[in-house]
Design a protein around this ligand. Structure first.
Ligand code: P1T
Length: 388
């Protein structure tokens, strides 16, 4: 471990962990981890590799620096970087599930995660329940339940679950706990410390932070699980490229300042929306009347930059409002510096049946907003004008 990894503060770790400045005589002494593009590395002789790096798919110095940095920020022993959030999830599912196993998932999980459970893992039994009530977990558990899979906040209903309470209940039955921490990022929430066994990230979001890099990650403290995951990462090969690893390293260095600003703006936007007569619902966990407000305050250090809201009327009203926005881009994804808005019913969650959408609460006039780091006054002015 690098001497620099002894630092405790989040931002100090974000900037220094995993970075090895080579100040030996003859080196150029780069302060920034370079993008190592070599696909292969020399051996001193057959049977003795020159360094721990042999082949790019197995390990790469830039990816390794990124994995070390992210692991340090999640307070994890191990980090593994994948080509996308879903590639990371699929690798984990390959390791933890056997045919006939059962998984309990938050009913409001990201649609792509649900698609993997429902369509791509052979013989998996799945129960989706509203885990904002931990008793729902107890009711859903079966003798063959292998994994509890959570997000907090969820996507797009911004529901909160009590990670520590659920982890305790799951562990009492020997069930593995997976927590997708994409929405809050390690800056605001560290699920391993709350009892989760594995943290999942779509680093395409806040970690990359600039809507220009696709990636995913798995973090764990479990030695045996790590060895298996590393085997899948190497053998299936959905690894993060050196250039994308570099972009994620760069993203992590400013994560703390970006998250603070995302949150400040989200709070301002949520407050404005709450006061608008056309808005019927605002879902932001920073609002005191959000049902998960007390839990998120207990388990996280912030509320994040994601919110959802609903307006009165029909799909036509929703479309008209969206067409009037100038600053918010109508687009899927989240976590970049620019503000995005989307209509889950016709965009991110269109793959769910109408019935499932209704059960979860995804109506035709519910918008999901990724509040960017522009000036809050400009964001509010844009919303105000478009709402009319
Ligand atoms: O897109 P990808 O990097 O593969 O990550 C998938 C994923 C996993 N987990 C969560 C919580 C996510 O939100 C996502 C991706 N989500 C979007 C693209 C979206 O617009 O919600």
């Amino acid at each position: 471990m690098s001497g620099k990894n002894k630092y405790r503060g989040f931002s100090t770790k974000a900037i220094h962990a995993g970075e090895e400045v080579d100040s030996r005589p003859g080196s150029v002494g780069e302060v920034v981890t370079p993008i190592h593009l070599s696909t292969t590395f020399i051996w001193d002789k057959p049977g003795r590799a020159h360094s721990r790096f042999e082949y790019i798919r197995s390990d790469n110095p830039t990816r390794s620096a990124y994995e070390t940095k992210l692991a340090s920020l999640e307070n994890a022993k191990y980090g593994l970087a994948f080509a996308s959030g879903l590639a990371a999830e699929y690798a984990l599912m390959q390791v933890v599930f056997s045919p006939g196993d059962h998984v309990v998932g938050f009913d409001d999980l990201y649609g792509g995660t649900r698609r993997l459970f429902d369509e791509l893992i052979p013989g998996l039994e799945v129960s989706y329940v509203d885990l904002s009530d931990p008793d729902e977990f107890d009711r859903a558990v079966r003798p063959n339940t292998k994994v509890l899979w959570i997000e907090s906040p969820t996507n797009p209903m911004i529901r909160i679950c009590d990670i520590a309470a659920l982890a305790a209940r799951a562990h009492a039955r020997g069930i593995l706990v997976v927590s997708d921490n994409t929405f809050l990022s390690p800056y605001f929430q560290q699920p391993l410390a709350l009892g989760a066994d594995v943290v999942v990230h779509s680093s395409t979001k806040y970690i990359g932070g600039h809507s220009d890099v696709l990636g995913g990650a798995l973090l764990t403290n479990d030695d045996r699980l790590y060895e298996k995951l590393r085997g899948i990462q190497n053998n299936c090969g959905a690894v993060l490229s050196p250039f994308d690893s570099y972009l994620n390293i760069r993203g992590l260095k400013t994560l703390a300042v970006r998250m603070e600003r995302h949150q400040k703006n989200a709070m301002a936007v949520a407050g404005f929306l709450k006061s608008h007569p056309r808005v019927t619902k605002v879902l932001y966990p920073g609002l005191e009347d959000h049902p998960g407000h007390d839990i998120i305050k207990k388990q996280a250090t912030g509320f994040g930059g994601m919110l959802s809201f609903e307006i009165e009327g029909s799909l036509a009203d929703a479309e008209q409002f969206l067409s009037k926005l100038e600053l918010f881009s109508l687009a899927e994804s989240l976590g970049g510096v620019e503000s995005l808005i989307e209509l889950p019913a016709l965009m991110t969650h269109v793959g769910l049946s109408e019935e499932t959408r209704r059960e979860i609460g995804i109506t035709d006039t519910l918008f999901r907003v990724s509040v960017g780091i522009e000036d809050a006054e400009d964001l509010i002015a844009d919303l105000k004008r478009a709402l009319g």
